[in-house]
Design a protein around this ligand. Structure first.
Ligand SMILES: Cc1cc2nc3c(=O)[nH]c(=O)nc-3n(C[C@H](O)[C@H](O)[C@H](O)COP(=O)(O)OP(=O)(O)OC[C@H]3O[C@@H](n4cnc5c(N)ncnc54)[C@H](O)[C@@H]3O)c2cc1C
Length: 417
């Protein structure tokens, strides 16, 4: 359904990604009438990342959704090994506090469908898919709702609300309509996604390979690998110009066990994705808040973007719930959400930028005919890996994030007994 049967609600969320769906679920279960508007007709996007970290797994448990999540097809990783030309470094999740000593890799559509299904039982929850937000309703500098297009019927609709939350991702329409521009950091890479059939004898777990001749991440999705090949910024067209021959060659070099299955890959099987890192100086204006990638676009490095988006949603729900119940969200409360979530986003992005400079840039360096120097483990990882506690600390920072959010304060009643 591309529209909702209301002209006003207490909160409109633009975008049904991880941030928007978690916020919708938390608010609806707390008794707030909330509408999530998603521009696509379903959640079936293949290339948006799969990693659900321990912080998000803990949240799903608190919401009573842990068992349903565990029943989804998934790959569980208790350890991830990043392999370089001269050695490896691990992220070890086996000593994480709490119930989950792993991270899960789950197709994102399964995760979002689970959230939508769980939210649909709350009376105040509305989800419109194929509903694209294309304008804001604003009076005297205060956002008071959105206009959106029901792409099923071609009809335009108005939806008023005391709060509009932009969870519409890194190309956020709401952000553009508000006239806000994020500061972008340089990123040396983009990425190509391709499926490769799996076969007996392949490695079981996720493969993270960084080499002077390329960077490759392979996610085990049962009968196929979801392979992400790093390429230089803006070089997708050139990389695909020979109908996939360069991709086939590079993947076969980095993951030789797939060499017998890459022959059939053609350019039309390969999706190109741009990587961005950016952040807004201000995440709100009166009547509107931006969260997730709309406020701070994350690189896929360490697979943390989904989890940060989810944590933003939890913090926003907890801080804004009292105001939403009163029907008025003050600028002070919107600023509190930004204050709470800005430093985890900023520090994580800082680490992603260090990783880019430390090894990703070298892994996508262009070939100039001369044999490349081996890509060595970057410092400080080269030194730290000799400390036996490091894999656990590394695993903990990645899996739990810097400021995991819990169902506390006004969200406490949502905790499953
Ligand atoms: C190539 C790549 C791979 C990645 N891999 C990982 C990974 O493995 N793990 C990880 O944790 N992170 C990964 N990330 C980062 C992660 O995808 C994002 O950080 C995360 O999805 C942000 O969630 P979000 O809900 O804020 O936004 P999104 O997931 O982008 O969701 C935004 C939603 O808004 C909808 N929308 C957009 N405009 C409108 C509109 N006008 N009206 C209505 N709806 C709209 C979109 O259709 C979308 O469903 C990756 C990023 C990239 C680029």
């Amino acid at each position: 359904m591309g529209s909702i049967p209301r002209t006003s609600v207490s909160c409109v969320v633009a975008g049904g990604g991880p941030a928007g769906m978690v916020l919708g679920l938390l608010l609806a279960r707390s008794g707030v009438e909330v509408a999530v508007l998603e521009k696509y007709p379903d959640f079936l996007r293949d290339f948006r990342g799969d990693t659900v970290h321990a912080s998000t797994l803990g949240l799903l448990d608190e919401l009573g959704l842990g068992e349903r999540f565990a029943a989804l097809p998934q790959q569980r990783e208790r350890r991830l090994v990043m392999r370089f030309d001269d050695g490896a470094v691990s992220e070890d999740f086996t000593r994480l506090p709490g119930r989950h000593q792993h991270i899960a890799l789950v197709p994102q559509w399964d995760f979002l469908n689970l959230l939508a299904d769980a939210a649909s039982t709350a009376p105040g929850f509305h989800l419109a898919q194929n509903a694209e937000v294309d304008d804001l309703i604003t009076t005297a500098g205060q956002v008071r709702g959105v206009r959106y297009l029901d792409k099923d019927t071609g009809r335009a609709h108005r939806l008023e609300a005391p709060l509009v939350v932009a969870a519409d991702g890194r190309h956020s329409t709401v952000r553009r309509l508000l006239g806000l521009r994020p500061r972008a950091a340089a990123t040396p890479h983009d990425c190509l996604y391709v499926r490769i059939p799996r076969a007996e004898g392949d490695p079981e777990g996720t493969v993270l390979r960084f080499s002077a001749s390329g960077g490759l991440i392979m996610i085990n999705r049962g009968d196929y690998w979801q392979a992400a090949l790093l390429i230089g910024k803006g070089t997708a067209e050139a990389a695909l110009a020979d109908d996939g021959a360069w991709v086939r060659r590079t993947i076969a070099r980095l993951a030789p066990y797939t060499a017998d299955r890459t022959a059939g890959i053609a350019a039309c099987d390969i999706a190109a994705l741009q990587i961005r890192i950016d952040r807004l100086d201000r995440w709100w204006t009166p009547g509107a808040l931006l969260i997730g990638d709309a406020a701070h676009a994350m690189s896929p490095i360490a697979g943390v973007g989904i989890n940060l988006a989810v944590q933003d949603a939890v913090a926003a729900a907890r801080i804004l719930l009292p105001g939403l119940r009163r029907g008025h969200v003050s600028p002070k409360d919107l600023a509190r959400v930004q204050r709470r979530r800005r430093w985890p986003a900023a520090v994580t992005q800082f680490a992603q930028k260090r990783a880019q400079a430390g090894f990703v840039a070298a892994a996508v360096a262009e070939e100039d005919g001369t044999p490349p120097e081996p890509l060595r483990l970057p410092q400080p990882l080269r030194t730290l890996r000799h400390w036996s506690g490091f894999p656990h600390l590394f695993g903990r920072v990645v899996a739990l994030g810097l400021r995991p959010e819990r169902l506390t304060g006004p969200l406490e009643p949502l905790r499953h007994a």
